[in-house]
Design a protein around this ligand. Structure first.
Ligand code: GLY
Length: 370
């Protein structure tokens, strides 16, 4: 019997499994498809507390900045363990407006950021276009945000998968969990009827976490669809910062891809790529960087963000015996990866030792279970 079963092999599940295995814990990781090919693959890799966290998500802000601070060491560790570079890039972000209304909203965001000590600089459109010549100088204003970084999320997936295997995690891909059985020990029942028991089962099944039979109450997580695409940058259209515009983001990768995303659609499990969805993000990108229109398309894709009810991740032990969560990170799964892996792996070790949880109430599953 393993000491821990992790259900879901996205970056959250792999991050927890790897952290535990590095502490000498015997972990089995169960993934219904291929490791990291759902939301972790569909992401853009922004590590962006300043550019991506809204006014309504203030509670997330401290956790996000803490996780960002943990990223360089996390990247070094996973690169050393796997031999795979994860493309950590600290060039920063430009958050740009594309009309008068969005310039007013940007000014409010800037004032809010300044009042919270975020190191940001206000730029005119011309100044922004000087920093990033592919931007039109007609944009009314921009914020330079040097503390917003990025990684290559697909490289992170590959590196974490290799690191998990190297650390001795038992990986079972193409394996679907039908039912969770809380208890001492807890267990999971697989679709073929096989039952795996362990003292702790960690639920890290992304947008599907709320629909696993046996979790009562089910964690309030719903899928929010995102359609995105990648383009091939050319000699005229290059970016060093990533760009957060009102209707799209543009994230340059070191291999020459420009990731352009993403829609945000509350449509259940719908995974359809639509002309309208791709048009909206492309139109949003072209408004701020007209040369984007000429770029070759490399790939289009769709993913489902795991959105918790309050948009904060759901971390650590549930009230149900033997059950812990690493789920619900919504738009911020890549950014929050080091913090989620640390908090949940620590809580699992504390559970195995029979001690009280140290996870703050604002992150605990128990905030929804009263
Ligand atoms: N964090 C980027 C997105 O959710 O689209």
């Amino acid at each position: 019997m393993s000491e821990v079963i992790v259900v879901g092999g996205g970056i959250a599940g792999m991050g927890v499994a790897w952290s535990l295995a590095r502490e000498g814990t015997d972990v089995t990781l169960v993934e219904r498809g291929t490791l990291g090919r759902s939301a972790s693959w569909a992401a853009a890799g922004m590590l962006a507390p300043a550019a991506e966290i809204g006014f309504d998500e203030l509670d997330l802000y401290d956790l996000s900045r803490q996780s960002l601070a943990e990223w360089p060491a996390f990247a070094r560790d996973v690169e050393a363990a796997s031999g795979i570079g994860v493309g950590y890039d600290d060039a920063g972000a430009l958050v740009v407006a594309d009309d008068r209304d969005s310039a007013r909203a940007l000014r409010r965001l800037f004032q809010f950021q300044e009042s919270h000590g975020v190191p940001v600089t206000w730029l005119s459109g011309a100044e922004a276009a000087e920093m990033e010549p592919a931007l039109t100088s007609r944009i009314p204003a921009a914020i330079h945000s040097p503390e917003d970084h990025q990684v290559d999320n697909r490289a992170v997936v590959r590196a974490l998968a290799a690191a998990c295997r190297e650390a001795g995690v038992t990986v079972r891909e193409e394996t679907t969990v039908e039912t969770i059985e809380p208890g001492h020990p807890a267990a999971v029942v697989l679709d073929g009827g096989e039952r795996l028991a362990a003292p702790v089962v960690v639920i890290a099944a992304g947008a599907w976490s709320g629909r696993l039979a046996g979790l009562d109450p089910a964690p309030p997580i719903r899928p929010i669809k995102g359609q995105a695409l990648s383009l091939r940058m050319n000699a005229d259209v290059q970016f060093s910062h990533f760009i957060r515009a009102p209707r799209a983001y543009l994230v340059p990768k070191s291999d020459g891809r420009l990731v352009v995303g993403a829609t945000s659609e509350d449509r259940g499990d719908d995974l359809a790529l639509t002309a309208g969805g791709l048009y909206r993000v492309l139109e949003g990108a072209v408004r701020v960087a007209p040369g984007v229109e000429e770029l070759d398309v490399i790939e289009t894709w769709v993913g489902l963000r795991p959105a918790s009810r309050d948009h904060a991740p759901i971390l650590g032990r549930s009230r149900q015996p033997g059950i812990a969560m690493a789920a619900g990170a919504y738009r911020h799964g890549v950014l929050l990866l080091p913090a989620m892996a640390r908090i949940v792996s620590r809580d699992v070790l504390v559970m195995l030792a029979g001690n009280a949880s140290e996870v703050p109430d604002a992150l605990s599953p128990q905030r929804f279970e009263a």
